[in-house]
Design a protein around this ligand. Sequence first.
Ligand code: THU
Length: 142
Amino acid sequence: MDEKYKKLIDEALKIRLNAYTPYSNYKVGAALLCRNGKVYLGCNIENGAYSPTACAERVAFFDAVKNGERDFEAIAVVAGDDGATDLKYASPCGVCRQVMAEFCDDDFKIILPKVKGSEIEDVKIYTLDEIIPFRFKLKEFR
Ligand code: THU
Protein backbone atom coordinates (compact mmCIF):
# COMPACT_ATOMS: atom_id res chain seq x y z
CA MET A 1 0.00 0.00 0.00
CA ASP A 2 1.00 3.58 -0.69
CA GLU A 3 3.08 5.02 2.22
CA LYS A 4 0.88 8.13 2.35
CA TYR A 5 -2.18 5.94 3.02
CA LYS A 6 -0.34 4.19 5.87
CA LYS A 7 0.36 7.60 7.41
CA LEU A 8 -3.29 8.54 6.96
CA ILE A 9 -4.37 5.40 8.83
CA ASP A 10 -1.95 6.25 11.66
CA GLU A 11 -3.49 9.72 11.94
CA ALA A 12 -6.99 8.23 12.04
CA LEU A 13 -5.89 5.84 14.79
CA LYS A 14 -4.48 8.69 16.87
CA ILE A 15 -7.48 11.02 16.57
CA ARG A 16 -9.83 8.11 17.35
CA LEU A 17 -8.57 8.26 20.92
CA ASN A 18 -10.15 11.73 21.29
CA ALA A 19 -13.65 10.47 20.44
CA TYR A 20 -16.30 11.50 22.98
CA THR A 21 -18.47 8.40 23.29
CA PRO A 22 -20.07 7.99 26.74
CA TYR A 23 -23.23 6.48 25.18
CA SER A 24 -22.03 3.96 22.59
CA ASN A 25 -18.43 3.45 23.77
CA TYR A 26 -17.69 3.02 20.05
CA LYS A 27 -14.82 5.24 18.99
CA VAL A 28 -14.26 6.30 15.39
CA GLY A 29 -11.34 8.21 13.87
CA ALA A 30 -11.14 9.72 10.39
CA ALA A 31 -8.26 11.31 8.48
CA LEU A 32 -9.19 13.18 5.30
CA LEU A 33 -6.46 13.77 2.70
CA CYS A 34 -6.82 16.75 0.37
CA ARG A 35 -5.25 16.69 -3.10
CA ASN A 36 -2.92 19.49 -1.90
CA GLY A 37 -1.50 17.09 0.75
CA LYS A 38 -3.20 18.62 3.79
CA VAL A 39 -4.93 16.31 6.24
CA TYR A 40 -8.01 17.10 8.37
CA LEU A 41 -8.98 14.91 11.30
CA GLY A 42 -12.25 13.94 12.93
CA CYS A 43 -13.58 11.77 15.72
CA ASN A 44 -17.15 11.06 16.72
CA ILE A 45 -18.66 13.40 19.30
CA GLU A 46 -21.79 12.09 21.00
CA ASN A 47 -24.57 13.87 22.82
CA GLY A 48 -26.99 12.87 25.56
CA ALA A 49 -29.87 13.95 23.30
CA TYR A 50 -28.48 11.41 20.75
CA SER A 51 -29.43 13.12 17.47
CA PRO A 52 -26.82 15.92 17.78
CA THR A 53 -24.11 13.24 17.67
CA ALA A 54 -21.53 13.90 14.96
CA CYS A 55 -19.74 11.12 13.08
CA ALA A 56 -15.96 11.22 12.75
CA GLU A 57 -16.08 11.51 8.95
CA ARG A 58 -18.34 14.56 9.01
CA VAL A 59 -16.26 16.29 11.68
CA ALA A 60 -13.23 15.90 9.37
CA PHE A 61 -15.10 17.06 6.25
CA PHE A 62 -16.65 20.11 7.88
CA ASP A 63 -13.32 21.21 9.34
CA ALA A 64 -11.72 20.90 5.89
CA VAL A 65 -14.53 22.70 4.06
CA LYS A 66 -14.58 25.44 6.71
CA ASN A 67 -10.88 25.96 5.99
CA GLY A 68 -11.53 26.41 2.27
CA GLU A 69 -10.69 22.91 1.04
CA ARG A 70 -12.75 21.58 -1.86
CA ASP A 71 -10.52 18.99 -3.49
CA PHE A 72 -10.30 15.61 -1.75
CA GLU A 73 -8.34 12.44 -2.50
CA ALA A 74 -9.07 9.93 0.27
CA ILE A 75 -10.33 9.31 3.79
CA ALA A 76 -9.10 6.67 6.25
CA VAL A 77 -11.63 5.52 8.83
CA VAL A 78 -10.97 3.34 11.88
CA ALA A 79 -13.49 2.22 14.48
CA GLY A 80 -13.92 -0.03 17.46
CA ASP A 81 -15.06 -0.22 21.04
CA ASP A 82 -13.37 1.92 23.65
CA GLY A 83 -10.16 0.20 24.74
CA ALA A 84 -10.19 -2.35 21.91
CA THR A 85 -6.85 -3.18 20.36
CA ASP A 86 -8.27 -5.24 17.50
CA LEU A 87 -10.27 -3.04 15.15
CA LYS A 88 -12.59 -4.58 12.55
CA TYR A 89 -13.13 -2.86 9.20
CA ALA A 90 -15.14 0.34 9.66
CA SER A 91 -17.92 1.34 7.28
CA PRO A 92 -19.06 4.96 6.88
CA CYS A 93 -22.77 5.51 7.58
CA GLY A 94 -25.19 6.56 4.86
CA VAL A 95 -25.29 10.20 5.98
CA CYS A 96 -21.50 10.48 5.83
CA ARG A 97 -21.54 8.87 2.37
CA GLN A 98 -23.94 11.58 1.25
CA VAL A 99 -21.60 14.27 2.63
CA MET A 100 -18.74 12.68 0.65
CA ALA A 101 -21.01 12.73 -2.42
CA GLU A 102 -21.39 16.50 -2.08
CA PHE A 103 -17.66 17.19 -2.26
CA CYS A 104 -15.89 14.24 -3.88
CA ASP A 105 -15.46 12.68 -7.31
CA ASP A 106 -16.28 9.08 -8.28
CA ASP A 107 -12.70 7.94 -7.62
CA PHE A 108 -12.41 9.38 -4.07
CA LYS A 109 -10.92 6.57 -1.94
CA ILE A 110 -12.34 5.23 1.32
CA ILE A 111 -9.55 3.44 3.18
CA LEU A 112 -10.69 0.91 5.75
CA PRO A 113 -8.01 -0.98 7.65
CA LYS A 114 -8.32 -3.96 9.93
CA VAL A 115 -5.94 -3.43 12.85
CA LYS A 116 -4.47 -5.88 15.35
CA GLY A 117 -2.49 -4.22 18.13
CA SER A 118 -0.06 -1.89 16.39
CA GLU A 119 -0.17 -3.83 13.12
CA ILE A 120 -2.30 -3.04 10.08
CA GLU A 121 -3.43 -6.58 9.14
CA ASP A 122 -5.33 -5.72 5.98
CA VAL A 123 -6.85 -2.74 4.18
CA LYS A 124 -9.98 -2.54 2.04
CA ILE A 125 -10.04 0.39 -0.35
CA TYR A 126 -13.32 1.40 -2.00
CA THR A 127 -14.16 4.26 -4.33
CA LEU A 128 -17.00 6.64 -3.57
CA ASP A 129 -18.87 5.31 -6.59
CA GLU A 130 -18.69 1.81 -5.14
CA ILE A 131 -20.05 2.72 -1.72
CA ILE A 132 -22.80 5.10 -2.88
CA PRO A 133 -23.84 4.52 -6.50
CA PHE A 134 -26.54 6.70 -8.15
CA ARG A 135 -26.07 9.26 -5.40
CA PHE A 136 -28.00 12.49 -5.08
CA LYS A 137 -26.33 15.68 -6.31
CA LEU A 138 -28.63 18.70 -6.50
CA LYS A 139 -26.62 20.20 -9.37
CA GLU A 140 -27.14 17.09 -11.49
CA PHE A 141 -30.70 16.11 -10.59
CA ARG A 142 -32.66 19.34 -11.00
N1 THU B 1 -20.14 6.68 13.82
C1 THU B 1 -19.19 7.39 13.15
O1 THU B 1 -18.48 8.22 13.73
N2 THU B 1 -19.04 7.16 11.83
C2 THU B 1 -19.78 6.27 11.11
O2 THU B 1 -19.69 6.25 9.89
C3 THU B 1 -20.66 5.32 11.82
C4 THU B 1 -21.04 5.72 13.20
C5 THU B 1 -20.32 6.91 15.27
C6 THU B 1 -21.61 7.57 15.65
C7 THU B 1 -21.78 7.12 17.08
O3 THU B 1 -21.07 8.01 17.93
C8 THU B 1 -21.10 5.76 17.13
O4 THU B 1 -20.30 5.68 15.96
C9 THU B 1 -22.06 4.58 17.19
O5 THU B 1 -22.97 4.65 16.15
